[in-house]
Design a protein around this ligand. Sequence first.
Ligand code: CDP
Length: 785
Amino acid sequence: MTTLETSPEIGGIGHSKKRVEDARFLQGAGNYMDDIVLPGMLHMAILRSPIAHGEIVSIDSSAAMEIEGVVAVVTGADLEAHGLAWMPTLSGDTQAVLATDKVRFQGQEVAAVIATSPYIARDALQHVWVDYNDLPAITTPQQALLSESPLIRTDKEGQEDNVCYDWEAGDKEATDAAFAAADRIVSIETHYPRSHPSPLETCGAVADVNPATGHVTVYLTSQAPHAHRTLFAIVTGLPEQNIRIISPDLGGGFGNKVPIYPGYVIATAASLLIGKPVKWIESRSENLISTGFARDYHMKGELAVTNEGKILGLRTEILSDNGAFYADAQPSKFRAGLFHIVTGSYDYPAAHVVAKGTYTNKAPGGVAYRCSFRVTEASYLIERLVQNAAYELDMEPADFRVKNFIQPEQFPYHSPTGFVYDSGDYEKTLNVAKEIIGYDELRRQQAEGRSDGKLVGIGMASFTEVVGAGPSKDYDIAGLKMFDSAELRVHPTGKAMLKLGVKSQGQGHETTFPQIVANELGIPSDDIALMEGDTDNTPYGLGTYASRSTPVAGAATALVARKLREKARLIAAHLLEASPDDLEWEPGVFSVKGSPDSRVTIQEIAFAAYTNHPQGMEAGLEGVHYYDPPNMTYPHGTYIVAVEVDPEDGTWEVTRMVAVDDCGVRINPMIVDGQIQGGLTEGFAMATNQHITFDEDGNCIGSNFMDYLVPTAWETPKFELGETVTPSPHHPIGAKGVGESATVGSPAAYVNAVIDALRPLGITNIDMPVLPDRVWAAVKAAQAG
Ligand code: CDP
């Protein structure tokens, strides 16, 4: 439990305050993208490619232009005339805004209709005639690498194959030596399927270019408004001081609202050319087929172990499917995101990761869907491997983990792929999880045999994450260093306004960040308002994704509040006619040491800052802090799942699910639990049925919620939560991120549980999603032979 330093009235760190933002969300009073209506606003709809790969022979928009209410039809050729047909991606590649030469995935943007109503715009799409010359579609990375496969990126000079990156981390020689010394090598080959963050609110924009002033205001579904403003300035050539990005309330993001999408650029270009505001809102299917997907990693992993159960080394090989444009939203230096955290919670000297990315005829993306840039895939692979290694050595999987855990005294721990883990107590966390679920009793019951013809399985995952990108030495997105910032203004009446460079999509920032200030300054958190998402009125920051808000903006918030506390000390000394060194601080009050009646409250100090500040001192009580984290934070957890599998039809049911998380100091324990519950639901979704596939022509299967199955409350199991608290030593308040841990850590626990149930049949591998027909087929194959 996090210790409380403030009273409930102040409501600082550790108080489970109810979310203040929910008052407006629950009353339908949020202000989402589609709520924004501007005078004279036009509407845009996008025509998308029905095929996955083909040359554009011609586009005829004359019939659409005849329709009453249609103002313009924009094509790639129109944008090309203004140098806007292509834009840079966050991974340093290029992406078509509107296709000019050929289409490269089903759902790609081909033309846009601007009309006086959204219905006219959408109806008119049917009257834009596009003639395509079909090309064979490439739908897997293996196919992409075949020499006879067509070249997808014919637009890129010097591009002769379908490879978009080659990358490696770790030490090959040391790893080969570890494998040569091993008693056994345990291997698995698996695919982490393509999925989609599918936020409840789809993406959209309202672009408002004022022809008289040249000012451009773009309301954007953006998790990173400041970075988007800079990239907008670079792409369009517009002066950055004239661009204002406003990200209103967001109905979820989960990584999907990090990239810049063609729709944003087309709407802005249209508003610029027409001189009126233009609104674009995606449909559900458009969101699912064309915006940032996640995962799609084909992974091979090998663990070198001794007969005594010690891990000596890890080797992994990744083939990633990046779609038609390499647009992964990730730090530039790391071509496979932070996949190299794949060494996990375990201590061994050698690891080597190789990764190759491929272009395919699928939507681009590779976004950090509730994860820190590919940590989900990494965590899944290592936790599947250690579970299988334990089986091969005939060891209890929990004991095998404990034998190999990094020990508390080894922190800061230097991993063989270059990370420096800040803190952790893995065994303690695992033991809490075991205790809550009654692990030994569960294993005993399992050993007793089948229940009603069903197979019982127990699976575990003890993950370590890396969040809080990141130290500017190594982390940037499109060249922008990944610091973050906080600006704090304490008004004369002692109430305050906190402004951040990050942007909540529903995580509860309006509640938790004021709690940090309350802890540091003693101003009640209810007296502190939070502003995010308006680039004209908040300090620069890289945004919210990859669970970086608490590690980076949370630290900036604590440090700006501490700056103000130091100024408050000087004002207090002036008011109390004492030396600043003679003052003592308790939340909200400075008093003279040894004479507690000589005291001033933070509210009195704030008033004095504007009415009676010491001569020679700058008036006011406000400041800004830009925080460049010295390191990432490394939250961890142990999740244990018990399942019953029916071998007759392959269905499986979760009977218990225990999640113990350690995210350091918890600012708001209730919000942390909410984050974990949500993350666990998404992890369960991934393990069970939430995935997108394509047919051999590249048609997307998963373009709607009938085919792309997000779980409802009905299917979702009950989650039992526990906690341990290992503070981050370098974070000013000892907090680590938590927003995504559960999605990262839990899928392996489910899959391990199903495999544990099927082990008596000799089954050691099953791929996600663990659909009943997959289980059934594996059981039948095992029984047959
Ligand atoms: O970047 P994002 O907001 O998605 O993730 P996060 O920083 O992990 O935080 C998610 C929510 O949980 C925020 O509202 C945080 O303030 C809260 N949180 C907390 O109360 N204590 C922590 N140690 C970590 C997060």
